[in-house]
Design a protein around this ligand. Structure first.
Ligand SMILES: NC(=O)c1ccc[n+]([C@@H]2O[C@H](COP(=O)([O-])OP(=O)(O)OC[C@H]3O[C@@H](n4cnc5c(N)ncnc54)[C@H](OP(=O)(O)O)[C@@H]3O)[C@@H](O)[C@H]2O)c1
Length: 211
């Protein structure tokens, strides 16, 4: 069981929080609107708690379920409150029309978050290639969705992998945090497939091992 703080109250926050609580993880919600945060905690039930924006999160793992443009400002706002935490960045910095990414070449939102975070915090990229509506609709077969992750700290990646595993999903480590650049491009790949070759959003990007 993991202790999770989630910043943001939107689609991804709700989907991940629901699954996390079902799997007996503890969940703390952090939103910028206290009444909305309290209302979501009540809706989720199962012991979900709330914390005010900017106060040090209690979870060992802090999931930033906010738009990419808010990721670095929020990391800076929490400051030392994120000391020692594992921070999960799930964001996609899509350019309008999914024509590219807004992050400069040779960078990623996750690496920018790591640069802004306390030195003893560990940023892990995860969940950005997984559609929120599929997370919300828990599949019949627990291994149906693959969740790619990247990070520099092996222990942090283990913690995130255990959490993902607890949700009935398959964690797949792609390597160091610099691989977040590839995962963020893969988010674009998913949107390209949804708009073209697949033609809908009811699919996931996964790996099938042949032996
Ligand atoms: N939706 C998907 O299928 C999907 C899949 C993979 C990755 N992602 C990524 O996941 C992230 C969240 O997506 P979403 O679909 O959950 O978005 P969403 O439904 O629009 O929710 C975004 C949440 O972020 C909060 N927020 C924004 N700026 C904030 C700030 N400065 N301080 C505190 N909270 C702030 C919003 O707060 P308010 O409630 O106060 O407005 C809202 O609750 C994005 O980075 C997205 O790229 C999404």
């Amino acid at each position: 069981m993991s202790s999770i703080s989630i910043v943001g109250l939107g689609n991804m926050a709700q989907a991940i929080a629901t699954r996390a609580l079902e799997a007996d993880n503890s969940v703390e919600l952090i939103g910028r609107a206290p009444a909305k945060t309290a209302a979501l905690a009540e809706t989720l039930g199962a012991g979900a708690t709330t914390r005010e924006m900017g106060a040090a999160p209690t979870g060992d793992i802090v999931i930033l379920a906010v738009p990419y443009a808010s990721v670095v400002p929020i990391v800076s706002q929490f400051g030392d409150g994120l000391s020692g935490k594992v921070i999960i960045d799930i964001s996609n910095a899509f350019a309008p029309g999914f024509t590219g990414l807004l992050t400069p070449d040779g960078s990623s939102v996750a690496e920018q978050a790591a640069a802004a975070a306390p030195a003893d915090a560990h940023v892990v990229k995860a969940f950005n290639t997984t559609f929120g509506h599929l997370l919300a609709a828990k599949p019949e077969h627990p291994r149906q969705l693959d969740v790619f992750l990247a990070g520099d700290d092996e222990r942090a990646k283990q913690q995130v992998s255990s959490f993902i595993d607890s949700l009935g999903l398959r964690p797949l480590d792609t390597g160091p945090l610099a691989m977040a650049r590839v995962l963020e491009q893969a988010g674009l790949l998913v949107m390209g497939l949804a708009g073209h070759g697949v033609g809908h959003y009811n699919f996931y990007l996964g790996v099938t091992a042949l032996d």
